[in-house]
Structure formats: structure tokens, C-alpha cells
Design a protein around this ligand. Structure first.
Ligand SMILES: Nc1ncnc2c1ncn2[C@@H]1O[C@H](COP(=O)(O)OP(=O)(O)O)[C@@H](O)[C@H]1O
Ligand SMILES: [Mg+2]
Length: 231
């Protein structure tokens, strides 16, 4: 067995996805294969419309593929039913998007606590975990702010903390810094990278920033429906 196979905990083989409307069928993903080591930080680049968001949605079990397989720790996840997928997302996956998608009525700390409450953790440990994440995101003094009273970069750091609250093994990030100015984008990216390293979470991050892509462990380009190494 090759070394990469031994250490890979996430394996994607031959993913295909087409969108069919009444008049046309567009093949977005034609043959996507990818494997990821534990704790690895992979970036995906590619033109707008090349299928990056479609791919991340499928990897996160939020959309179905037409063909192919995804193994997470040797479990094939595309074949799971809706409730098993929901459990898997809550236990093993984290998500961050271009917009923070925080719940507007909840404070920063409450937003971070929510996935742990859904999971049914003990109340005191939930609060301690959220406080620790806020501290590491340098947001302790913003704990009681609702999202409308946070800057764009702060809100995105809360979203990072929320995504990692459940200690996921894999974080899927779709242009997480796409709405931010360059300096803020870099500081959110650095906070994300440090927290993922500490928590030993692997990351797949879609980005349009070649500077940020270069600061990850490995970059691939989605082009004509498949992934190619990017040098
Ligand atoms: N639900 C959908 N129905 C039909 N076509 C879609 C749907 N979602 C995305 N597409 C098409 O699939 C292609 C890839 O979209 P997307 O994955 O959002 O690309 P990217 O994230 O790389 O910009 C685009 O041509 C888009 O128009
Ligand atoms: Mg997209």
C-alpha cells in the first residue's frame, strides 16, 4: 500500500455531477478524485462557475453526486441516509461560507454554543468550550455582541469558532474570506489556520486569493470538471 493511502483519512474517487434543466444538461464535475491526510490544509482554486461550491456541497453531504464515492475514515458517506448524514455533519464536519451565516438574534458566544447544544453536551462544558474558542479568536470582549454589532472580520472569526466547536475532523470552507478586504482576509485566514492546526482539523478551502492558496499545504485547481495539481 502506498504511503498516501495509509495516511489518508478522506478519499474521494470519480465524482461526477451534472445539472439538468428542461432544455440542457451541464456536466459540472466529470471525474473528481482527491485524498486528504489528517490535519492537511488543502486549497481549491478555479474560475467562477467551475463547480467549486458544488464540489464542497457534495463533500459535505449537502448535495448528491451522480457517480463516485467518498470515504471518511473508511466509511462511504454518499450512500448514507438523511439522518446518518446529519449526525455525520454534526460530529465530523464543519462548514464556513463567504457570508458568516450566524444567527442574528444570538450573541457571539450563543452562536458558538449552538452546535454543542444540538449535540446535547453538558451545559457547563459547552460554555467553557465556547469561552476558550472566543479567547483563541481574540474575541473575549465581543462575547455578548450580536452579529450586527461585529465587524466583518470579527463575525467571520465567530463563524470559524462555531464551525470548530464540535471538534470536526474536516472543515469545508467556501471562500471564507471572500467578503473581506485583503488585510482582514489574511488575519481571518491566519486565525483559521492556527485554530485548525491546534484542533488537528483538516481543511478544504476554496479561495480566489492566490496569496492565501500559497499559504496552505497544497493547492489544486478545478478545471474542466476535474482537479489538477497547481504549482
Ligand atoms: N442548483 C443548480 N441547478 C443548475 N445549475 C447549477 C446549480 N448550481 C450550480 N449550477 C451551475 O453549475 C456550475 C458550477 O457552479 P458552482 O459550483 O456554484 O461554481 P463555483 O463555486 O466554482 O463558482 C455553474 O455553471 C452553475 O450555473
Ligand atoms: Mg462558489
Amino acid at each position: 500500500m502506498e504511503k498516501t493511502e495509509k495516511t489518508a483519512f478522506f478519499n474521494v474517487q470519480g465524482l461526477c455531477k451534472s445539472y439538468t434543466t428542461s432544455s440542457t444538461s451541464i456536466a459540472v464535475l466529470k471525474d473528481v478524485s482527491l485524498s486528504l491526510s489528517r490535519g492537511e490544509f488543502l486549497s481549491i482554486v478555479g474560475e467562477s462557475g467551475s463547480g467549486k461550491s458544488t464540489l464542497l456541497q457534495i463533500l459535505g453531504t449537502l448535495d448528491d453526486a451522480d457517480q463516485g464515492s467518498i470515504h471518511l475514515n473508511d466509511v462511504e458517506i454518499l450512500g448514507l441516509g438523511a439522518s446518518a448524514r446529519a449526525v455525520l455533519r454534526n460530529k465530523q464536519l464543519g462548514f464556513i461560507y463567504q457570508a458568516h451565516h450566524l444567527i442574528p438574534e444570538l450573541t457571539a458566544i450563543e452562536n458558538i454554543m449552538l452546535p454543542l447544544m444540538i449535540r446535547g453536551d453538558e451545559k457547563k462544558s459547552i460554555r467553557n468550550r465556547a469561552l476558550s474558542l472566543l479567547e483563541r479568536m481574540k474575541l473575549t470582549d465581543r462575547a455578548d455582541h450580536v452579529p450586527a454589532h461585529l465587524s466583518g472580520g470579527e463575525a467571520q472569526r465567530v463563524a470559524v469558532a462555531r464551525a470548530l466547536a464540535t471538534k470536526p475532523r474536516l472543515l469545508l470552507a467556501d471562500e471564507p474570506t471572500g467578503n473581506l478586504d485583503e488585510a482582514t482576509a489574511r488575519s481571518v485566514f491566519q486565525a483559521l489556520r492556527e485554530l485548525c492546526q491546534e484542533e488537528q482539523a483538516a481543511v478544504i478551502m476554496v479561495t480566489h486569493s492566490s496569496a492565501l492558496a500559497q499559504a496552505t499545504d497544497r493547492t489544486v485547481r478545478l478545471h474542466h470538471g476535474s482537479l489538477q495539481p497547481q504549482d
